[in-house]
Design a protein around this ligand. Structure first.
Ligand SMILES: NC(=O)c1ccc[n+]([C@@H]2O[C@H](COP(=O)([O-])OP(=O)(O)OC[C@H]3O[C@@H](n4cnc5c(N)ncnc54)[C@H](OP(=O)(O)O)[C@@H]3O)[C@@H](O)[C@H]2O)c1
Length: 281
C-alpha cells in the first residue's frame, strides 16, 4: 500500500515530507528492521537520528538494506553539545557520516544551543562550511530561541532552514511558531505525541478521535500538519507506523484545532527543558 505524504520546501530549496520517523531508542538489529520496514513498506522517507542517540549506524544499515534508492530518502542527524567548537564540529560531522556509512546527510542540526557555553555560532560556521563541501544538503538547528536564531543570521548572514522544537498539544509553542513563520524557518516537532505520556488518556483528544473515527495519534499528528509543522513520531511498531502516516484523508475543523491548542499549559514541557537554561552535551 502507498502512503502519499505531502512535502514542503525549505528556504534553501530542499524538499521534505511533512511526516518523518523519529528514531530515539531504535537501535541494533531490531532498530534496523523497524526503520527498513518504515521505508520499504510504510512510505517513510524522512528519518531523524542524532549522534547522541548512538544509532546513526542503525539508520545507515536500514537505508542500505532498503530497496528505496538513497537519494529518495532524507536522513537527519544532529551535532552534540560537546562538539560545538569549530574543529570539533567538523570532526563530529565526519564521524557521524562514518558511523552511518553515508556520503552526506540531507539535514544536519545543532542539537541544543547551550547558550552559556557560547559556541553555537562556531558550530553553525562549521556546518555552513560542511555544506559547501557537499557533506550536508540543508542545515538547521533544534531548540533555538528567537534570540539564538537572530544571532546566527546577524553573525553569518545565513539562517537555519529548520528549527526542531518540543511541540505537542500540551506545549503548542504558538509564539515560537509564529516567529519561525515570519522568518521563513520551518518548524519541526519533536515528541509530537508527547512521548505517549498522558496524551492517550486525554478526554478531549479521545472525544475528537471518536468524532472523526480516527485514533488519538492521528488526530494529534493531523493537528501538527495543519499548524504547518513537520512531525517525526517515533514508533517501533509496523501498525503504529502505518497509523501515524495515514492522516491525509481527513481534516480538523477550526474549532477542533483550537480545542487541541487549548490543551497547552505554561509548564507543559515534558521534562522542563527550557533552552535558555537547559544544556545537553
Ligand atoms: N531535537 C531534540 O532535542 C529531540 C528531543 C526528543 C526527541 N527528538 C526526536 O523526535 C522523535 C520523536 O519524539 P519521541 O520519540 O520523544 O516521542 P513521540 O514520537 O512523541 O512518542 C513516542 C512514543 O509514542 C509511542 N507511539 C507512537 N505512535 C503511537 C501510536 N500511534 N499509538 C500509541 N503509541 C504510539 C511510541 O511507542 P512504540 O514505539 O511502542 O509505538 C513511543 O513510546 C524522537 O524519536 C527523536 O528522533 C528530538
Amino acid at each position: 500500500m502507498e502512503y502519499v505524504v505531502p512535502e514542503v520546501t525549505l528556504h534553501d530549496g530542499v524538499t521534505l515530507p511533512v511526516i518523518g520517523l523519529g528514531t530515539y531508542r531504535l537501535k541494533g538489529a531490531q532498530g534496523v528492521e523497524a526503520i527498513r520496514g518504515a521505508i520499504d513498506e510504510r512510505g517513510y522517507r524522512l528519518i531523524d537520528s542524532a549522534y547522541n542517540y548512538e544509532n546513526e549506524g542503525t539508520v545507515g544499515e536500514a537505508i542500505r538494506q532498503s530497496s528505496v534508492p538513497r537519494e529518495e530518502i532524507l536522513v537527519t542527524s544532529k551535532l552534540p553539545g560537546r562538539y560545538q567548537e569549530y574543529e570539533k564540529a567538523q570532526t563530529a560531522l565526519q564521524e557521524s557520516l562514518f558511523r552511518a556509512n553515508l556520503d552526506y546527510y540531507d539535514l544536519y542540526l545543532i542539537h541544543w544551543p547551550n547558550p552559556k557555553q557560547d559556541h553555537y555560532v562556531e558550530a553553525w560556521q562549521a556546518l555552513l562550511d560542511a555544506k559547501k563541501q557537499g557533506l550536508i544538503r540543508s542545515i538547521g538547528v533544534c531548540n533555538f530561541l528567537p534570540e539564538h536564531l537572530e544571532r546566527l543570521e546577524r553573525e553569518t548572514g545565513i539562517k537555519p532552514s529548520i528549527n526542531q522544537i518540543e511541540l505537542h498539544p500540551f506545549f503548542n509553542q504558538a509564539e515560537q511558531r509564529a516567529w519561525h513563520e515570519s522568518n521563513q524557518i520551518k518548524t519541526q516537532s519533536w515528541s509530537p505525541l508527547a512521548r505517549a505520556n498522558q496524551l492517550f488518556q486525554n478526554k478531549t483528544l479521545q472525544q475528537l478521535a471518536d468524532n472523526y473515527h480516527k485514533s488519538v495519534s492521528q488526530i494529534v499528528l493531523r493537528w501538527h500538519y495543519q499548524l504547518g509543522a513537520i512531525s517525526i513520531p517515533k514508533s517501533a511498531s509496523p501498525e503504529r507506523q502505518v497509523e501515524n502516516i495515514s492522516i491525509f484523508d481527513f481534516s480538523l475543523d477550526e474549532a477542533d484545532m483550537k480545542a487541541i491548542s487549548e490543551l497547552t499549559r505554561p509548564d507543559g514541557r515534558l521534562k522542563n527543558q527550557d533552552p535558555a537554561i537547559y544544556e545537553e552535551f
